[in-house]
Ligand binder design. Structure first.
Ligand code: ATP
Length: 247
């Protein structure tokens, strides 16, 4: 479904992302881990098009998308949440999601079509909110949400774009311990039988272990290992890379 082939990003002589080969199958959940500065966010930037690779390819459903700008990649089904929050705090939760649905669908300005389209947008937005367990918070101002709720809203915004591959960058960052299990359940439901694939960077190993079918380990820009959680955890090279940090 999604593949990277020798994906590399150099700044001067330094390879921030160093010849990464990854494959993501439909319905698969791939966790990406690695020490701070390993190149995880940079890898996401190359896949989504925020940065252009200096070498290598990004392939989605057999098509090389490496030369496309981010919005074209998003149209082809690549969706991403950011570490920094991308929510309009002064709008309601529901309005935020409606805007995202509208932005994804585009719209006809013909009045007779607009009423029907508005109803469809509202229904899609409510379905996305329901999906992440935020239906009851639709009228709240997004800026007033707790961290865990905000993360759910970001996932709802992402779902509005109907992505087939979702990239989640540290979805648990800033989330209080008691909100983690619910958020994990929401993220777990993203793959299921939909065929949607998820690539997730996360520092919380317990979360990665609960969600990931396979784990990719990055270190100094390169892929150190990519395998089942059990195999990766038992890998001495991985353990060495994490020396001083708990796995
Ligand atoms: N635009 C840039 N210019 C120069 N160096 C950069 C740039 N972007 C990233 N880097 C460097 O590349 C390395 C990898 O950064 P990146 O943010 O991808 O790592 P990461 O694995 O996501 O780290 P973290 O877990 O801390 O978020 C870091 O050493 C960082 O300082």
């Amino acid at each position: 479904m999604l593949a990277t082939r020798g994906l590399t990003w150099r700044i001067g002589e330094v390879a921030i992302v160093d010849s990464v080969y990854l494959d993501l199958a439909p319905g698969e959940f791939l966790g990406v881990i690695g020490p701070n500065g390993a190149g995880k966010t940079s890898l996401f930037n190359l896949i989504t098009g925020l940065r252009r690779a200096t070498e290598g390819r990004v392939v989605l459903d057999g098509q090389d998308i490496g030369a496309l700008p981010p919005h074209r990649r998003a149209r082809l089904g690549l969706g991403r949440t950011f570490q920094a929050s991308s929510v309009f705090g002064s709008l309601s939760v529901r309005e935020n999601v409606r805007l995202a649905v509208q932005a994804h669908r585009g719209g006809s300005m013909a009045l007779w079509r607009r009423a029907a389209a508005d109803r469809e947008v509202a229904a899609a937005a409510d379905a996305a909110l329901d999906r992440v367990g935020l239906a009851h918070r639709g009228t709240a101002l997004a800026g007033t949400l707790a961290h865990g709720e905000k993360r759910k809203l970001e996932i709802a915004l992402l779902l509005a774009g109907e992505p087939r591959v979702m990239l989640l960058d540290e979805p648990m960052a800033g989330v209080s311990a008691e909100d983690v299990p619910e958020l994990v359940a929401v993220i777990k439901s993203l793959t299921g039988d939909s065929g949607r694939a998820v690539l997730m960077v996360e520092h919380h190993m317990d979360v990665i272990l609960e969600l990931a079918d396979r784990i990719a380990v990055m270190h100094h820009g390169a892929l150190l290992a990519c395998d089942t959680p059990e195999t990766v955890m038992a890998n001495p090279t991985v353990q060495e890379a994490y020396l001083g940090e708990s796995l």
